[in-house]
Unconditional design. Structure first.
Ligand SMILES: CC(C)(COP(=O)(O)OP(=O)(O)OC[C@H]1O[C@@H](n2cnc3c(N)ncnc32)[C@H](O)[C@@H]1OP(=O)(O)O)[C@@H](O)C(=O)NCCC(=O)NCCS
Length: 157
């Protein structure tokens, strides 16, 4: 497995993040991302996975916030041509470490029940399925709530 260089994103990474986000099946609006990164008043952390040999090449990123005293994984996207290489996993592990460093004891997230790739990734990392919520998304899709205790315990096979 290739290890990405993982670091917090800065304003200067905005265009790189937008490029990755545009590949998502349900992309966040550019206005929201621009506000998070450029104005920076939302308190969210953007964590980027950069290609080890090309620091300006963003492979994927995760967004970490907080909700009711838990770390909240709000977004996770990897460029389609770099999927299934472990970068999504590396980003979730990094987000969990950040959440732990921030003093959170658990990391929660919501994922579409139709999103097999993400559900499998989270399950592999030890996230438990909690409640589901009907029509959580604007297109009517159902959300699966998931959570993991921090620090993550990762089994290496
Ligand atoms: C979900 C996503 C971030 C996964 O990123 P990734 O870098 O491909 O993930 P990894 O390579 O770390 O995959 C880890 C494991 O998850 C599972 N997985 C990942 N993609 C999968 C797929 N398309 N189908 C089935 N299982 C999949 C596999 O078990 C995989 O391990 P393996 O490759 O050894 O079999 C990526 O598919 C993506 O960007 N999707 C679009 C955005 C999105 O849906 N984000 C989730 C929001 S909640």
């Amino acid at each position: 497995m290739i290890l990405a260089d993982i670091r917090f994103c800065a304003k200067t990474d905005l265009e790189r993040i937008l490029k990755v986000e545009r590949t998502s099946p349900h992309p966040w609006s550019e206005r929201v991302i621009t506000r998070d990164l450029v104005i920076g008043d939302t308190g969210l952390s953007y964590i980027g996975a950069f290609a080890p040999a090309a620091q300006d090449k963003l492979l994927g990123y995760a967004v970490l916030g907080d909700e009711k005293g838990n770390g909240l994984l709000m977004n996770l996207v990897v460029l389609p041509e770099h999927q299934r290489c472990g970068f999504g996993t590396q980003l979730v592990v990094a987000a969990a470490e950040c959440a732990s460093d921030m003093g959170f004891f658990s990391l929660v997230l919501r994922v579409r029940v139709s999103n097999v790739a993400a559900l499998t990734l989270y399950r592999n990392l030890g996230f438990k399925a909690d409640a589901t919520r009907e029509s959580f998304y604007s297109d009517g899709d159902v959300a699966q709530y998931m959570s993991a205790k921090l620090p993550l315990t990762i089994k290496i096979e």
